[in-house]
Write a protein that binds this ligand. Structure first.
Ligand SMILES: [Cu+2]
Length: 301
């Protein structure tokens, strides 16, 4: 009687534990759903859990691949959970006092080797397809050269008059209404909508990484090396990214802002930019100007 009672409460505890776990999984899925709903496009949003919204074909593929992996992971977790519960309930010392001495089962061993291999192959195929999509560049309509510096980005438009400019973060005190803190910049990159933009990425000093979540772009900026990637923005708007390689003390303060506009707006921006940045052939090095103290003679003058 006492043993039966103890066993029953044990099963009850296990059931309670399983229910708690299932509740947690359900809660997590609800949270993920809410997170997805909260996920902004072009910039992060409060309580966001999922990836940022997609605004390019590559990011759309990343979204589907991410969801595909989530389905596989949930299935694997549930299978392992069920197996654990079966083992705990059926094969505990009280339910099964005389254990079997089985040590091998060829069928099960083949299954638990082959099934994980098949799962990995099923993951590898879309994964490689996605890698090729990201790094095998389609014919580009426009090239933008991106150079990472400590701690800002500079951009060149070789196809549109070869003007170049630096892009600095807007300080919190100078933010205009609607500009996100730590993401807004003084000179945005402007590109036309629905055009294939090739980006050539390098760095002038240390390793940086050019990353723009909504376009599915993340590529290292290495001194002495030219990396390439691409995006095709499908919606007009402003999209923000950040340097994604620890590059020094102001790593967190070198955001990327890309404004996607219509083709006509892009053409007029190019004309404006040619005038505005004409004087900036080679971006001036960002050296602090030290004012000489009053009364100090500077012999070099
Ligand atoms: Cu950096």
């Amino acid at each position: 009687m006492g043993v039966t009672f103890a066993m029953k409460s044990w099963i009850r505890n296990t059931a309670r534990m399983a229910a708690g776990f299932a509740g947690a999984v359900f809660g997590l899925l609800v949270l993920l759903g809410t997170g997805a709903a909260l996920a902004g496009t072009g910039q992060p949003s409060p309580w966001q859990i999922n990836l940022q919204g997609a605004a390019s074909p590559v990011m759309e593929s990343i979204h589907s691949f991410h969801f595909f992996l989530l389905v596989i992971i949930v299935a694997v977790v549930l299978l392992v959970l069920v197996l654990l519960i079966v083992v705990m309930v059926k094969f505990n010392e009280k339910a099964n006092p005389v254990p079997s001495r089985t040590t091998h089962n060829t069928l099960i061993e083949v299954v638990w080797t082959v099934v994980p291999v098949l799962i990995l192959v099923a993951i590898a195929i879309p994964s490689f397809r996605l890698l090729f999509l990201q790094l095998d560049l389609p014919k580009a309509d426009l090239t933008v050269k991106v150079t990472g510096h400590q701690w800002y980005w500079s951009y060149e438009y070789p196809d549109n008059g070869a003007f170049a400019f630096d892009s600095m973060m807007v300080q919190t005190a100078d933010l205009q209404p609607g500009q996100p803190r730590l993401l807004a910049v003084d000179n945005e990159v402007v590109v036309p909508v629905n055009k294939v933009i090739r980006i050539q990425v390098t760095a002038a000093d240390v390793i940086h990484s050019f990353a723009l979540p909504s376009f599915g772009v993340k590529i290292d900026a290495l001194p002495g090396r030219l990396n390439e990637s691409w995006f095709q923005a499908t919606k007009e708007g402003v999209y923000y990214g950040q340097c994604s390689e620890l590059c020094g003390k102001d790593h967190a303060f070198m955001p990327i802002a890309i404004r996607v506009v219509s083709e006509a707006d892009f053409a007029s921006w190019v004309e404006e930019a040619k005038q505005k940045f004409a004087a900036v052939d080679a971006p001036a090095p960002q050296v602090a100007q030290i004012e000489p103290a009053a009364g100090v003679a500077i012999s070099a003058r």
